[in-house]
Design a binder for this molecule. Structure first.
Ligand code: GTP
Ligand code: MG
Length: 209
């Protein structure tokens, strides 16, 4: 399990030329606006206000880098699917995110968040297609699990598992995890999976040298 001893905000990036010079493994957090990316980040770090959260969607406009334990980055990507964003900005977002994912190597794991009460949107599907295409290992995290009764949540997880069976058995999806920042459900499982991928990445880097 990943034990987080230190977590600090490092920088916001709007252009790939601004990426941190020090290349470390990255854990990405991806999802539509308001899905709970920043809240999840705060919860797994055990910090109340490391990442800014908001009831107004579209708050996180930059790629935000957080330095964890001085040897790993958590990266909060700008949320998508916010209706009020002008078309030109949306195209810019697409280019930035795709160029970002193309870098491949430093990304140890991507965490794709979807509201547990909802079905994936076309943009969620596009993101997962990109992750598959670039062979980036990723998890599907179903957020705000506390908003569903236990039996409904279980049904929803099962239906996601069935829908993404091919990605789980033959693709780069590494699991489906229900999560709630209110109850803490899913927190330990996420920390365990992040740790495993961080370590896996390290081994691969060593072999490549
Ligand atoms: N009940 C409940 N509410 C949550 C949970 N996670 C997030 N929220 C609420 O959902 C809203 C949006 O959360 P954020 O973490 O700011 O969402 P975000 O994905 O970072 O949004 P952007 O930065 O706009 O992309 C806030 O009002 C949170 O309090 C959860 O697990 N349970
Ligand atoms: Mg946010």
């Amino acid at each position: 399990m990943l034990k987080i001893t230190t977590a600090e905000f490092l920088q916001g990036v709007t252009d790939l030329r601004q990426l941190p010079k020090n290349e470390l493994h990255e854990i990405l957090f991806i999802g539509r606006s308001n899905v709970g990316k920043s809240t999840l980040l705060n919860k797994i770090c055990g910090r109340r206000s490391l990442a800014r959260t908001s009831a107004t969607p579209g708050k996180t406009r930059e790629i935000n880098y957080y330095l964890i334990n001085n040897n790993l980055y958590f990266v909060d990507l700008p949320g998508y699917g916010y209706a009020k964003v002008p078309e030109q900005m949306r195209a810019g977002w697409k280019r930035l995110i795709e160029d970002f994912l193309k870098r491949g190597f430093p990304i140890a794991l991507a965490i794709q968040l979807i509201d547990a009460r909802q079905e994936p949107t076309p943009l969620d599907i596009m993101m997962m297609d990109w992750l598959e295409y670039y062979e980036i290992p990723y998890l599907l995290v179903l957020t705000k699990a506390d908003k569903l009764p236990v039996s409904k949540l279980k049904k929803q997880v099962d239906s996601y598992k069935e829908r993404f069976q091919a990605q789980i058995s033959d693709g780069s999806m590494r699991g489906i995890v229900p999560f709630s920042s209110v109850s803490g459900e899913g927190r330990l499982q996420l920390l365990k999976l992040i740790y495993e991928h961080h370590m896996n990445g390290k081994r691969q880097t060593k072999e490549a040298v």
